[in-house]
Design a protein around this ligand. Sequence first.
Ligand code: NAD
Ligand code: PRE
Length: 366
Amino acid sequence: MNTNVLIIGLGLIGGSLSLALQRNPDIKIYGYDQDEQSLMMAKKLGVIHEIVNHPKEAANCSDYIVFATPVNITIELMKDLPKWNVSNTTVITDTGSTKKLIMKQAEQLINEGYQFIGGHPMAGSHKSGVAAAKAHLFENAFYVLTPHPATKPACLSKLESLLAPTKGKLVKLTAEEHDQMTAVVSHFPHLIAASLVRQLKEKNKVSPMTKHLAAGGFRDITRIASSNPVMWRDITLQNRDKLIGMLEDWQEEMETVKNLLMHPDPERIEEFFSAAKKFRDDLPVNTSGAVYTEYDLYVDIPDYPGVISEITGYLAKDEISITNLRIIETRTDVFGVLVISFQTPKDRERGEACIKTYTTFDTYIS
Ligand SMILES: NC(=O)c1ccc[n+]([C@@H]2O[C@H](COP(=O)([O-])OP(=O)(O)OC[C@H]3O[C@@H](n4cnc5c(N)ncnc54)[C@H](O)[C@@H]3O)[C@@H](O)[C@H]2O)c1
Ligand SMILES: O=C(O)C(=O)C[C@]1(C(=O)O)C=C[C@@H](O)C=C1
């Protein structure tokens, strides 16, 4: 017998979850999105099995309901849910990046007899929309669940078994713990990335060449500034108090940095960088999720038409998958640097060997 799942919000996360859940052939996915184009595309790409034009159409026959909408919208939809004729055995969850206000709203549903367990897969991208959805997005990433104290173990197990095909690492946290930790590793870094880009924008008015000098370093640290502003507006609003606390700590840290600059002492400056490097190098890089893990290969390429398709052609011939391609435009003479990202170190090793076999281009791993 089919297990019916209704996914509301068919963007990057709802779409990726839907694709991952379909690894279980018994799952049937009903999809709803307020955006008609996303809905049509989700169906066309095989991300969902069936379109519904209102959550009500599938809510009463669904074993699970997943909200994968921006966090403020999720709260609004949760208020509406009692009108959808949902069974008290249906497990309701969400994918929102914040948990405290969502769990506060869930309290009302739980008091009315509904089953709600908060969820947040700690993997994503700066890209939005169903076209960016990937079945493997959550593999090896932490997938946080925030059960309510009244949640029955059987209900939690039921959700855990639904999510098993994501191959995420399911962990339980309270909403408070979740929002504190994600403020540190996700929400605050997004504010800082946006601020760095805003600072560049201002400085660039004075020296318009500045932005052209932005190479790997600036691009790496600010990639997430290209994320969806509406999604980040809502996350920021919902985790405002934790972010204010983070900002106060940050201001202290910046005072320390200022001090290092005002009273320069080479040893202390080196120690400042060393302590950060040591901790960063020790982060668990072999997992996906909170730590960005693409494996980059740098290739010095001459500037002639077709060079990129030539390289991707060799990789395709040897059946080596890549996850991203970009060119660092720091050098305007005859060479540029092509950065090819792979999903695993093994793929990168094969990619490097392949390029060395077919070309004389220099390759580097940073
Ligand atoms: N992007 C990430 O990296 C990431 C990672 C983990 C969790 N999340 C969380 O997952 C949720 C979805 O994020 P996303 O990246 O998939 O966003 P997205 O913008 O790619 O998708 C959101 C989808 O929700 C739809 N939507 C908006 N209002 C709606 C409504 N009233 N009814 C139905 N559908 C509606 C939009 O049309 C869109 O298709 C958010 O709560 C976000 O905080 C995001
Ligand atoms: O990789 C990215 O672009 C992300 O921003 C993903 C990211 C994160 O901050 O790590 C963003 C929001 C989520 O709730 C979880 C993951």
